[in-house]
Design a protein around this ligand. Structure first.
Ligand SMILES: [Fe+2]
Ligand SMILES: [Fe+2]
Length: 275
């Protein structure tokens, strides 16, 4: 039997609907990739046709963002809603990480690029499972509530633009995660939900790496095409991202992830003048 290519593994994850099956497969493929890398073998990147939309479980029901009930963090119900929204984001993140591998597989990249993306996909899978355990500890589960239908939009909008994908997904959306996670940790800390605090601290630490990988490979591609990274970033975010970037920004963690202030502040200032 010919061994699977990395793109084929990516498509397998994308076409698996159940969250636990999807993340188990994602983690198994990551182990296979890294075992081969450590053993000095090469798994071909190959090419494959990823679906336009990844397979998703029957539940949660996906609703227009305006129709998703608002969260009131003061109650257990509100905290369950936050955990549910985070689980949904993490499951989308699993697919986003495998999608970029398969979708842009015809663009030759150093092996380090695939190392970073497979590692992140594995971490997103772990994040989904950690948050599912927190939901279960609160007598709930992923699928118990409706979820945001617009989550895959960034992937569709940038399906034909590799640098656009890097600009919008890791460098805008995942960077936004760094801005909002400390506030969520605080909510669970106040409620005494130590399990959720621990899970969110793992997510917070690892997401810095995901933004950093985005920035690293975005800069690499700018260098390959001899382009000014800041100008290209501004152009791509204005093209593909809908709406302004919202301050306050976590400047400390963004800096740690290699995102300089002159990348994101001008995009916020377009509609929210600073000071
Ligand atoms: Fe994550
Ligand atoms: Fe991430």
């Amino acid at each position: 039997m010919t061994p699977k290519t990395l793109s084929e593994m990516a498509v397998e994850v994308l076409t698996t609907a159940d969250g636990h099956e999807k993340t188990a497969l994602s983690r198994a493929h990551a182990r296979t990739w890294f075992a081969a890398r450590e053993g000095g073998e090469l798994i071909e990147i190959g090419t494959a046709a990823p679906p336009m939309q990844p397979a998703r479980p029957v539940r949660p029901t996906l609703l227009d963002p305006r129709d998703v009930p608002r969260r009131r963090p003061g109650s257990q119900k509100g905290r369950i809603a936050i955990l549910h929204a985070v689980a949904h984001i993490e499951l989308n993140a699993v697919d986003l990480h495998w999608d970029i591998i398969a979708r842009f597989s015809e663009i030759p990249m150093p092996l380090g690029f695939y190392d970073d993306w497979v590692k992140s996909a594995d971490e997103e899978s772990k994040h989904f499972n950690l948050i599912c355990e927190c939901l279960e500890a609160n007598d709930s589960f992923y699928g118990a509530l409706p979820a945001h239908a617009g989550m895959w939009r960034a992937a569709e909008d940038t399906a034909g633009d590799f640098m656009g994908r890097l600009a919008v997904v890791p460098m805008v959306l995942e960077a936004r995660g760094l801005d909002v996670t400390p506030g969520m940790i605080d909510i669970f800390q106040k409620a005494g939900d130590e399990k959720a605090v621990t899970a969110m601290n793992v997510i917070y630490a690892e997401e810095v790496g995901h933004v950093a990988y985005g920035s690293k490979w975005f800069h690499f591609l700018c260098g390959r095409h001899e382009k000014d990274p800041k100008e290209v970033f501004h152009h791509l975010v204005r093209t593909y991202f809908h709406g302004p970037l919202k301050p306050p920004f976590n400047e400390e963690k963004r800096a740690e992830a290699g995102l300089p202030p002159d990348f994101y502040w001008p995009l916020a200032e377009e509609r929210h003048p600073k000071g």
